[in-house]
Design a binder for this molecule. Structure first.
Ligand code: 5GP
Length: 194
């Protein structure tokens, strides 16, 4: 997605060879127009899949997921990273190991919002080692619903998350695929390779 690539080049910062900072439009301040374009792009890519619900992870997945939900006309659920006082019964949970934070967190969704017949599109802001996306697929499958696809805003294609998810048979659509962040330079996977 050219608009997204241009935004990443203009406003993204390669913090190291493996971490990209995009807090000017996605992870802290949010660009609503860009999110709307992202939502449209996800909707175009998944419109044939009969999606009935979107599942994402708080907090940075929410903006792109809501825009995709608006375009596909389906509700959006965000998995919580912390236990809520009002959300205690009927929780479906899964563990996520974060390589960047070196810690394991439990994420949860209420079973009343995920039903068996549901066809779920999973959306997240980043794909790195695939642990967050895998935990979301685990939650959907524990609810006996179907993962219809995984939509990612920015995939770091030099990490193995994309391969892991595709090997498991999931359809993964990433709107920007980064080849390298070496030497502070952001390079995308060439169009024909994508
Ligand atoms: P994974 O579980 O695929 O290893 O990592 C995905 C999660 O880690 C995303 O939900 C995102 O919050 C975070 N993450 C991983 N790599 C990056 C990165 O380079 N930049 C930012 N901003 N977040 C990242």
């Amino acid at each position: 997605m050219e608009k997204l690539q241009n935004k990443i080049l203009q406003e993204g910062i390669a913090l190291s060879d493996s971490v990209l900072k995009v807090d000017r439009f996605l992870n802290h301040q949010i660009d609503p127009q860009l999110m709307q374009e992202i939502g449209k792009e996800f909707a175009n890519r998944f419109e044939q899949e009969g999606i009935t619900k979107i599942v994402t992870l708080e907090s940075s997945g929410i903006a792109p997921a809501v825009m995709a939900g608006l375009m596909l006309n389906v509700p959006v659920i965000f998995a919580r990273k912390k236990k809520s006082l009002t959300l205690t019964d009927g929780l479906i949970t899964s563990k996520v190991y974060s390589y960047t934070k070196q810690e394991t967190n439990e994420i949860s969704v209420s079973n009343k919002f995920l039903e068996k017949a549901e066809k779920v599109l999973i959306i997240d802001d980043f794909l790195a080692n695939g642990q967050a996306a895998l935990a979301l697929t685990d939650i959907v499958e524990k609810a006996e619903a179907t993962v219809a696809g995984i939509g990612i805003v920015i995939e770091k294609a030099f990490q193995d998350g994309g391969e892991i998810l595709k090997k498991k048979g999931y359809r993964v659509e990433s709107l920007a695929r980064i080849q390298s962040l070496a030497d502070g330079k952001i390079e995308f996977v060439k169009e024909k390779e994508q």
